[in-house]
Design a binder for this molecule. Structure first.
Ligand code: HEC
Ligand code: HEC
Ligand code: HEC
Ligand code: HEC
Ligand code: HEC
Length: 397
């Protein structure tokens, strides 16, 4: 009798379970995450020998690395004002954070799938290991050096107090490209377009120099105070050099070389004043600018007379042009390929006598003023830096 009752209960239970599963699946068709950037780096335990995953702790021993990294944009990948403004928009999907705070330990929720494959309906679970301080660090040391709960290094040294394994394949340009190359149309009006990895692969530096050799300069130095010198690499991740905050002294690399023509010192009325400026992408292993489609260079020529009146002004632009509505589409891209050169010409028919001054200014811009205003980015958020600024004086006799 008791046996029968148990059997009956088991059968009922099984039917209820099948029904619930069926109903659940019917209502919510949960699809798995497929793209690499849809997934965070899975939960990491603190490597043996350490008490925290934070850059701050790494920095107690690796002081130079820590100081350099603090000036890098990687350290500001979460706190960046534009990123925070974008993140608050409903149009920004959950996976925005996966390249900016890549560790699951830095994320408040664990995403296990997408309801009906819809990126705006992620299946969320509270992350009990979420660490808010770690989140503030953006792309920190552990983002690049901790996997499977151990420190990944280039030699696997036994001198370290923490568990260390050697993996040079992991610490190669492939690591950089995993974040610095993403091309996808996410929704009709939202496209991801970072092609730095592809630009490098298709360019002249492939197999010669890579992301690490250009952006992490090798130096001989001790990697902890008091240790012997060994091969090390600067951790500034120097790039465009446009600082995140006026107060952060970001390191800059210059991709462009500037070749200005000369001007005659004296002209006559009705002469044509002609000035040429050749720009060449001499130092970057990819296009200039690269990555973020909002970046651009402005080249401004302005000719003024003695009383400061503008006689002629001309602005040229190097950058991508996008249309975002009704569908995201790249309209134009005149970014300079590696070794590509372009000459900009300013000309003016001189009509009056006196002293004239031609000023030539080149700025490297993070984003335009309209986008900055739209995102209400005020105050301490530099939009550009000046990389070329020359004045040429001429006399018209
Ligand atoms: C208590 C001091 C200490 C702390 C904290 C510490 N390290 Fe180290 N680490 C060392 C020492 C010592 C070495 C070996 C020095 C040598 O090779 O000369 C080392 C070596 C390394 C190496 C090189 C490994 C290799 O394969 O050559 C890496 C990478 C590294 N640490 C990363 C980190 C990261 C990331 C953190 C923080 C999560 C961290 N370390 C925290 C002391 C420390
Ligand atoms: C031959 C050296 C070289 C190589 C190889 C190289 N870079 Fe650069 N990179 C530069 C220089 C120089 C700049 C500065 C360009 C400028 O004037 O803004 C730069 C700028 C950048 C920027 C800032 C964006 C910008 O438009 O300024 C990013 C991001 C970047 N590089 C990532 C990478 C990645 C990722 C790789 C590997 C796929 C890589 N770089 C390979 C030299 C290099
Ligand atoms: C964006 C990825 C990235 C971040 C962030 C990063 N590193 Fe590295 N690190 C590397 C790579 C790549 C190498 C190996 C370079 C090589 O050997 O070619 C390296 C090498 C090292 C080494 C070995 C010695 C050397 O200088 O080559 C140490 C130690 C180290 N990193 C510590 C740190 C610490 C501490 C932090 C945080 C303050 C940090 N790293 C942040 C990518 C990163
Ligand atoms: C986890 C994803 C991730 C990895 C791995 C990564 N980056 Fe970045 N990188 C970013 C993000 C995101 C930014 C922009 C942060 C911001 O502007 O707020 C950035 C910024 C940069 C910049 C500065 C761009 C500028 O404006 O000047 C350079 C240079 C750069 N990365 C080079 C590298 C190199 C070299 C490697 C490999 C050693 C690497 N990155 C690995 C995500 C990553
Ligand atoms: C595949 C990795 C990846 C994903 C996903 C990603 N980003 Fe980024 N993000 C980057 C990299 C790399 C940079 C560095 C820009 C560069 O190359 O110059 C960056 C830079 C930025 C910047 C700083 C731009 C600047 O001018 O300094 C903002 C803002 C930003 N991302 C917003 C977002 C938003 C919003 C999303 C989600 C829609 C997102 N990101 C998703 C990799 C990523």
């Amino acid at each position: 009798m008791q046996n029968k009752f148990i059997k009956f209960t088991v059968v009922v239970f099984a039917i209820v379970l099948v029904y619930l599963t069926f109903r659940h699946n019917n209502k919510k068709n949960i699809l798995p995450l497929t793209k690499s950037w849809e997934k965070a780096v899975p939960h990491q335990e603190i490597p043996e020998g350490l008490t925290s995953l934070s850059a701050k702790q790494c920095g107690t021993c690796h002081q130079k690395h820590y100081q350099e990294w603090q000036l890098s944009t990687h350290a500001h990948a979460w706190t960046d004002l534009q990123f925070q403004a974008e993140l608050k928009k409903e149009s920004s999907p959950f996976m925005c954070i996966n390249c900016h705070i890549p560790l699951q330990n830095q994320q408040e929720f664990i995403i296990t799938g997408l309801i009906d494959g819809d990126i705006y309906q992620p299946v969320k679970e509270k992350n009990i290991h979420f660490d808010r301080d770690l989140q503030q660090e953006g792309i920190n040391c552990a983002s690049c050096h901790v996997r499977n709960n151990v420190i990944i290094g280039p030699t696997g040294t036994k001198k370290a107090p923490h568990k260390t394994v050697k993996n040079t394949e992991f610490l190669s340009e492939k690591l950089c490209i995993s974040c610095h190359n993403a091309v996808a149309v996410i929704t009709p009006t939202l496209a991801c377009s970072f092609e730095t990895g592809d630009e490098w692969k298709e360019g002249p530096y492939f197999k010669e120099k890579n992301c690490v050799s250009c952006h992490m300069e090798p130096v001989q130095r001790p990697i902890v105070e008091g240790a012997e010198k060994r091969l090390s690499h600067l951790h500034y991740f120097a790039g465009s050099g446009i600082p995140k905050f006026d107060t952060v002294e970001t390191k800059m690399l210059n991709g462009l070389a500037f070749y200005p023509s000369t001007l005659k010192t004296s002209y006559a009325v009705q002469d044509e004043l002609i000035f040429k400026l050749k720009l060449k992408n001499e130092h970057a292993g990819h296009k200039v600018p690269t990555g973020d489609p909002e970046r651009f260079f402005n080249i401004t020529f302005e000719l003024k007379n003695k009383s400061g009146e503008t006689l002629s002004k001309k602005t040229e632009r190097i950058g991508e042009q996008w249309q975002w509505y009704p569908t995201a589409k790249k309209l134009d891209d005149n970014n300079l390929l590696p070794n590509e050169e372009r000459t900009f010409i300013f000309s003016h028919l001189v009509e009056e006598k006196g002293n004239l001054r031609l000023s030539v200014i080149i700025t490297k811009n993070r984003l335009n003023k309209e986008s900055a205003d739209y995102n209400q980015l005020k105050g301490n958020y530099p939009l550009f830096i000046t990389v070329f600024n020359e004045q040429y004086d001429v006399i018209v006799k």
